[in-house]
Design a protein around this ligand. Structure first.
Ligand code: DLL
Length: 434
């Protein structure tokens, strides 16, 4: 049984949490209305005023906001406080269009840190631990976010950031890292490099916990990591707009705990915007409840997940979201059929001959979409017999077809062929867009 960082809040009865959220929702709505021209205008367009929000259920009367609003008001048009309140900026890289800027007051950084202190405590981490932070430090929120969280619980931080993998592994050994936080794809690379160096993560390091997120990954990858290294691999979720990395699973690995005193979450049908029931897949929508520089009202993150409001077996009463299926805008439409890269990953990771790295390419041949998947094989899965490779490629293609309902050309490649990422992996090259 894991301990709690803030037992009063984390185990608060559902009814009290509901009241707390209702009070905070009302004050947030009043606050944004009083502090932001952007929100006043949006509320006017939606015909709603702060006084109309009397209960939690009234949240549906409020207008949605989206990433495009942050872009259109670049750099700080959605901020609710002037610059003298801001103690930090982070900037998300804009692969399409302008980047987005997020800002924090001292209190906002404190709230973010508190969220991660609760999360890390739920993974049984504390003062005795050495947390190696292998997320990027800088404009990306991963490095500094985890850094502050780990310091708050009294752990020692090893701020390796990304890259220089051999050195990361040496330091992991020399300083006795017990936890590592990085993208799951980067950790797969760490495993590979350790192997090449003749180091067993299981036997030659003290690592016991991995805090993996910032990109979609599957239960099958979790299993590979856990079986390959003996560590426990936990999912961590967040986005820069809502602060950065914020929420993790607890040691029961039964969904990601979202702190309800800080965030109100809804799951909506991406097409209609209507709320869906617990257990149904939909788009995550977040309203911040105690964030001041850049509070967000009904922010449509674009990630697809499922909510479970039942208390967790760990005793925490806050709602949980299940593993993120992908982003609405990551979904590939191949000849009219919806395909999520995460589905491809879970099929591939079940096949023992398949290594840890893969990449999808989508092209157009005449009027038709063609999806190919480059799949790295493991050293032992790789054969120099053409016949073996052909039958393996057929098998993979069949398994993919079974799950995706789409024919994929499978290209088997030697171990080490697909470029490794230090941060978020590029799993899809969609040549139709360029
Ligand atoms: O990736 C924050 C973060 C840092 C999360 C470190 C976890 C660990 P952004 O760069 O703004 O922020 O990207 C946010 O990444 O909307 C998801 O699509 C994706 N994402 C983040 N965590 C997960 C996860 C950070 N655990 C976007 N599973 C989000 C799947 C994730 N996707």
């Amino acid at each position: 049984m894991s301990g709690y960082w803030d037992p009063h809040i984390e185990r608060m009865p559902a009814r009290d949490l509901h009241t707390l959220q209702e009070d905070r929702l009302k004050s947030t709505v009043r606050y944004v209305y009083d502090h932001s021209t952007f929100y006043r205008q949006r509320f006017a367009e939606a015909g709603v005023e702060p006084g109309d929000i009397k209960t939690l259920e009234d949240v549906v009367r409020l207008p949605f906001t989206r990433k495009v609003d942050l872009r259109n008001t670049y750099p700080t048009g959605m901020f609710c406080l002037p610059k003298d309140w801001i103690v930090r900026y982070h900037v998300s890289s804009g692969t399409t269009g302008k980047p987005t800027v997020v800002g924090y007051t001292k209190g906002d950084v404190d709230m973010w840190t508190e969220s991660l202190a609760r999360a890390m405590t739920s993974l049984n981490l504390g003062r005795d631990d050495v947390v190696q932070v292998g997320y990027g430090y800088g404009l990306f929120t991963g490095g500094l976010g985890l850094h502050y969280g780990a310091e708050r619980i009294g752990a020692a931080v090893l701020p390796t950031s990304t890259g220089n993998t051999e050195r990361q592994i040496e330091l992991m050994q020399d300083l006795g890292s017990t936890a590592i936080a990085c993208t799951p794809s980067y950790f797969l690379h760490v495993m590979e490099v350790a192997d090449r160096m003749g180091i067993s993560i299981r036997d030659d390091t003290s690592l016991k916990v991995g805090i993996f997120g910032a990109e979609p990954w599957s239960n099958e990858t979790r299993q590979r990591i856990e079986e390959g290294t003996g560590i426990k691999a936990y999912d961590i979720y967040g986005t820069s707009e809502i602060s950065g990395p914020l929420f993790t699973e607890c040691s029961h690995q039964n969904g990601i705990h979202v702190w309800a005193d800080m965030f109100l979450i809804e799951i909506v049908d991406p097409k209609t915007g209507e709320q869906v029931e617990d257990g149904e897949t939909g788009e995550l929508v977040v309203t911040t409840l105690n964030k001041w520089a850049l509070p967000l009202i009904r922010y449509r993150i674009g990630d697809l997940t499922v909510k479970d409001s039942e208390p967790c077996s760990c005793g925490r009463t806050h709602p949980r979201i299940m593993r993120i299926l992908g982003r609405t805008d990551d979904m590939l439409i191949i000849r009219g059929i919806n395909v999520f890269p995460s589905q491809v990953e879970s099929v591939l990771m079940r096949i023992p001959e398949v290594g840890d790295h893969w990449q999808i390419t989508v092209e157009r041949e005449g009027p038709l979409d063609v999806m190919s998947v480059a799949v790295e094989l493991t050293e032992s899965g790789f054969s120099d017999k053409i016949g073996d490779l052909m039958s393996l490629s057929k098998r993979i293609s069949k398994e993919l077809k079974g799950v995706l309902n789409v024919v994929a050309k499978v290209e088997l490649v030697e171990p080490g062929t697909i470029p490794r990422s230090m941060g978020k992996a590029q799993r899809v090259i969609d040549k139709r867009k360029v």
